[in-house]
Write a protein of this length. Structure first.
Lengths: 208, 208
DNA sequence: GTTTAAATTAAACACTTGTTTAGTTTTGTT
DNA sequence: AACAAAACTAAACAAGTGTTTAATTTAAAC
C-alpha cells in the first residue's frame, strides 16, 4: 500500500509525532515543529492546511495498516488462547513501537476539544473489538472460555494496563530499576506482556 | 484536617479543575478560568503566583486525604480477597467522583514537560503500592494467593482498565447504550468495577 | 473615624500563537 | 532556452498568551 504523503510531508509528520507525543498538541507550536524539521513555518499550512489537519493526517498516516494485521491473525490456525496471546503481543508490540501516535490518540482524542475528529478513530476501535469478539466466541463455543465475561471490557484491561504502565514510565523506571531504554523496552516485551497475557487468560478460563 | 485555601482560592481551583480536565493545561488560558470563575485575570497570579503553581496547588488540594482512606482499609478485619475488592472499589469510586483531577494527573504529569513537579505525586503512588503489597503478601502467607504475580503491575491493570474505559467514554457510551450520565456512572459502579474485581481475583487465585 | 493591610481592578507589558501574503527560487516539461 | 507549476521563504497579520503594574475599593483594627 502506497502512502499518499511525499517525503517532505512525512518528514513533517514524524517531527510532529515526536513533539505532540512529548508535549501535547496544544503544547507544541508550528514554529516548534518547523525548527526541529528544519522547514519554514509556512510549510505546515502549505502541505496540510492547518495545524488541526496536520494532526488528522498524522492519525491516518499511522493507523492505516493495523486492521490488516488483525485480519491475518484471525485466519491463522491456532487455539483461541494462543490467538488471544498473539493479539496481546501484537497490540503491545505495535503500540510500543509507535508510542508517539498512540500517546497522541490517547491524549488528544479523548478530550472534549476534539470530539468531532473522532469518527475514523471510532471505526478503528469497533473493528478491533469485532476481531476480539470473534476469537473469544470461538473459545466459548469450544468450551474453553467462560461465558460470563464482558468482552468489550477486555480491551480496556489489555490496553489500559499497558498505557498506565507506560504513562508512569519515570515511576516504574525508578521502581523496577530499568535504567536504560533497552531495559525498559525489554521489560515491556517480556514481563509486562506476560503479565497481561496471564491476566486475560486467568479471566477467561478461571472457574470459581 | 483544615484546608490551607480560602473560599476564593477554592473557587478558582475548582473552575481550573474542570477546565484543565476538559481542555488540558495548555488548552486552558488564565482568561478562560477568570471568565468562568467570574474573577479578574490578575487574581490567579495574586493567589497562586503563576499558572504552573495553580496546577500544583490543585494537586495538593485534591490528593491530600487518599492515604488515610487506604490506611483505614488496611486495618479492617477482612479476608485478603475482600480487602482487594474493597481497594478496587475505593479506587474506582474515588477516581470516578474526582474525575477531573485524576484526568489531569494522568495527562499532565506523564508528559515530559512537567517532569519536575513529579515528586509529590510519585510519593503518593509509592504509598499506594505499599498498601497493595501488604494485602497481597497477607493473602500469599495464608496460601490463598499465588506467588508468581508481579505486584507492581496489578495497579496498572486496575487503574489502567478504568482509565482506558473512561478516556474512551464517547465510544463506550455508544457501544453499551449508556445514554445518560447516570447510566454511565452506574455502569462503572457495577459492571466495570465487577469486571476489574473479577479480573484481579482470577489473576491472584487461578492455578494453571 | 482614621489608618493599615488585603482584595480587586483595568490597563499595559512583552511575547507567542496559527495563518496569510507576496514574493522568490527550484523543478520539470516542452 | 522558455515557460509554468510546485516548492519554498521572510515578513506581516491579528489575536491570544501569562504576568506585572499602579491605582482603587473593601475590610479589619485601633
Amino acid at each position: 500500500m502506497k502512502s499518499n504523503f511525499n517525503d517532505k510531508q512525512i518528514q513533517i509528520l514524524e517531527v510532529a509525532e515526536t513533539l505532540f507525543a512529548e508535549k501535547g498538541f496544544d503544547g507544541t507550536s508550528i514554529r516548534n515543529i518547523a525548527k526541529v524539521a528544519k522547514i519554514n513555518i509556512a510549510m505546515v499550512s502549505y502541505y496540510f492546511g492547518s495545524k488541526e489537519r496536520l494532526l488528522e493526517s498524522l492519525i491516518v498516516y499511522r493507523t492505516s495498516d493495523l486492521k490488516n494485521q488483525l485480519d491475518n491473525l484471525l485466519q491463522e490456525d491456532l487455539e483461541p488462547i494462543e490467538k488471544i496471546n498473539k493479539l496481546i503481543e501484537l497490540y503491545i508490540n505495535r503500540i510500543n513501537s509507535n508510542r508517539g501516535i498512540y500517546r497522541i490518540l490517547h491524549f488528544e482524542f479523548t478530550s472534549k476539544k476534539r470530539e468531532q475528529n473522532l469518527q475514523a478513530f471510532s471505526e478503528l476501535k469497533k473493528g478491533n473489538l469485532k476481531s476480539l469478539e470473534t476469537i473469544i466466541e470461538e473459545g466459548q463455543k469450544k468450551g474453553i472460555f467462560r461465558k460470563d465475561v464482558i468482552i468489550p471490557l477486555i480491551t480496556p484491561t489489555i490496553l489500559g494496563t499497558f498505557f498506565h504502565f507506560h504513562m508512569n514510565k519515570p515511576f516504574f523506571e525508578n521502581l523496577l530499576n530499568l535504567k536504560t531504554e533497552d531495559l525498559y523496552n525489554n521489560y515491556i516485551k517480556t514481563n509486562l506482556t506476560k503479565h497481561i497475557q496471564q491476566t486475560i487468560k486467568a479471566l477467561l478460563i478461571y472457574e470459581s
